[in-house]
Design a protein around this ligand. Sequence first.
Ligand SMILES: [Zn+2]
Length: 304
Amino acid sequence: MGNDTSRRPLIGIDVGGTKIEAVLLDESGAVAGTLRIPARRGADLVVDDVCAIARDVAGDRLADVTRVGIGTPGQVDSATGRIANVVNLDVTELELGALVSQRLGVPVHVDNDVNAAAVGAAAVVLGEDLDGTVVFLNFGTGLAAGILIDGVLQHGSSGAAGEIGHVPVDPNRFPCPCGQAGCLETVCSGASVARLWPTDDGVPPMPDLIARARAGEQAAGRVLGIVVHAIVDTLQIAAQSVDPKTIILGGGMAKTGEPLVEVIVDELRTREAACPFLKGLDLASRLRLAPFDLPTAAIGAALA
Ligand SMILES: [Zn+2]
């Protein structure tokens, strides 16, 4: 993001349901520091913790910091910095941007966590080459997409752009907490896969599911079929809506890595065999995995 260089250093903070992570980006855009603390519940503590981690990650450079970016779950009004209904943190309504800005004396931008992760993943995967459209699919606890055009986040008219997890197209018609049935999120989010394929504590379900399906376990094959069908539906809906040059797979489920890409590509090839139009799009060639060795959501919060 070369045009931003003059405005650094920047602080990025990723507020999650269980942890808060912060990065300091120096003038060259390099990560100059990272910190992680456990998240505490309640509006006052969220503000305290965000301010504390910002001060700590900046150290004696706080006075030079030109902007603090925050990514958070829940409903986010990125124009005002107000957040609402962050269930995991017991926050009903909070003027997060204004309060943090007041205390730190630095301008603050707040965006939703998936959008921040999208910006961070795109910056890390693509570097300065951000021309064109990029879709970031977040297969996290929930399912949502972040859309960037020429490096700029697309929020839509009400902030709901990319809320693809609640498109109700899955034939299994599982009920969704949103009130509909058959939402993509009920089948191919991290929480849904954990429900459809329960594993022992600490064993991530997706790699286990793929390994067992490959070993010929029938039940695993059936569940994997349901999950991958929905993942590829998600991918096609996003890709055929905005025709991105790059589709980045992110969120906890994407930590499965290459085995996940392989099952997705297999399903795409099956569909392409029946559809020359889809074959022509060659969506497989546009797929990239989000990097997991860097705090991409916090980096994205700084850059968003
Ligand atoms: Zn839903």
